[in-house]
Design a protein around this ligand. Structure first.
Ligand SMILES: Cc1cc2nc3c(=O)[nH]c(=O)nc-3n(C[C@H](O)[C@H](O)[C@H](O)COP(=O)(O)O)c2cc1C
Length: 367
């Protein structure tokens, strides 16, 4: 039996709610936005308003319900997107809809992301998403993994604009929700097809596009080419969301202003810093932003693990938590020792013990 979350106490001071701006410490001292813009405008996806225009990127193994709620608790008010869900996996029963399509009441607006290359199967899976209460259905046209592309799914659809359009059209007609597509630039530098695919998708009634500005061949190497985001924005009239390599709030705002895109999507940086969306908003409206305290970070970690334990089997909760801990605790006092201790942990109770010890011993220590 592992200790309950309430039995773990914080060194100092007593836990406080996360919502008050006054809990943030420090700030960047960055000047207010030069264009006088007081906040990030939002964008419209059919009947769904995304405001501010910020989105948590879909990330397999990471953006499940528990992490989507983590970013909400850290003040994210825009869109959250689920991890990739194979339409075939859902329909054939390999993915349990009760687990993978589950949406919490406090995480709206939420998009569920589907992958697939069969228009009818995609349409059927999209209807399931609608039935589970999704606000948006997103279609994956960017996944580079060969297990996905070999079935003509993910980024492989960028090589066949006509099939991409048929898939999107079938999904658009199947649901009354807005349908979006997340795409890359193309298969490779010699096959850059995003503008052609985007025009075809827009003609099929897709409500918005997110562009991870790399090719499939690039994987995650090199740098995202945000000039291509500006190109896409000039090409289509639906909202365009830029994605790729956003690291911090100042850089995010500069990319947003430079490209004129409608929204920004953040992936990896949000796992290290789930407060980033709120910080981007703060920077846009006040010219500075705060940092979460040790206590806030510790509460976030314990809360996330508690929710994983409450919702899924303990082994899976442990596995998922381990993939977050290195990023959550980077740079924090005692984090290296904590990560070392966790490497061989096989029991959720031992992980919780180690976390509790770390909070008690490191809470008052400078990071
Ligand atoms: C671990 C991991 C899993 C990902 N899974 C998905 C996914 O399920 N669907 C998708 O469209 N993109 C996926 N991506 C790509 C991200 O959504 C995003 O496009 C990419 O990480 C670039 O954005 P970033 O630099 O802000 O992380 C994944 C990325 C990572 C790092």
């Amino acid at each position: 039996m592992w200790p309950s979350l309430s039995s773990l106490h914080f060194a100092s001071p007593a836990p406080r709610p996360l919502t008050a701006r006054s809990q943030y410490e420090g700030g960047t001292g960055a000047p207010p936005p030069a264009d006088g813009c007081s906040a990030l405008p939002g964008y419209q996806l059919g009947s769904v308003r995304v405001s501010p225009g910020l989105a948590l990127a879909p990330m397999a193994g990471l953006t499940d319900l528990t992490f989507r709620r983590v970013v909400r608790r850290c003040g994210h008010r825009g869109l959250v997107v689920s991890e990739i869900l194979s339409s075939e996996g859902l329909i054939r029963g390999r993915l349990d809809p009760a687990e993978y399509l589950r949406i919490a009441p406090d995480e709206h607006p939420v998009a569920l992301q589907l992958s697939g290359a069969d228009p009818e199967r995609m349409a059927e899976a999209a209807r399931w998403c609608e039935g589970e209460g999704a606000d948006v259905v997103d279609i994956n046209m960017g996944c580079p993994a060969s297990k996905v592309t070999k079935g003509l799914c993910g980024a492989a659809l960028l090589r066949d604009p006509a099939l991409a359009a048929r898939v999107a059209g079938a999904v658009v007609r199947a649901v009354s929700l807005p349908v979006t597509v997340k795409m890359r630039l193309g298969w490779s530098e010699s096959e850059v097809t995003f503008l052609e695919v985007a025009r075809a998708l827009e003609a099929e009634g897709v409500a918005g596009l997110a562009l991870h500005a790399r090719t499939r061949r690039q994987g995650y190497s090199g740098e995202a080419d945000w000039d291509r985001v500006a190109q896409l924005k000039a090409e289509v009239s639906v909202p365009v969301v830029g994605n790729g390599d956003i690291r911090d709030p100042a850089q995010a705002l500069s990319l947003w202003r430079r490209t004129g895109c409608d929204g920004l999507m953040v992936g990896r940086a949000a796992v290290k810093n789930p407060w980033i969306f709120r910080q981007i908003e703060e920077l846009a409206s006040t010219g500075s932003y705060g940092q979460p305290s040790f206590e806030e970070r510790a509460r976030l970690i314990l809360g996330h693990f508690g929710e994983l334990l409450a919702l899924g089997p303990p082994g899976l909760a442990l596995h998922r938590m381990k993939s977050f801990l290195g990023k959550y605790t980077a740079g924090m006092a005692g984090a290296a020792a904590l990560r070392g201790a966790l490497g061989s942990t096989r029991e959720p109770g031992a992980l919780l013990e180690a976390l509790g010890k770390w909070v008690r011993e490191s809470g008052a220590a400078p990071s």
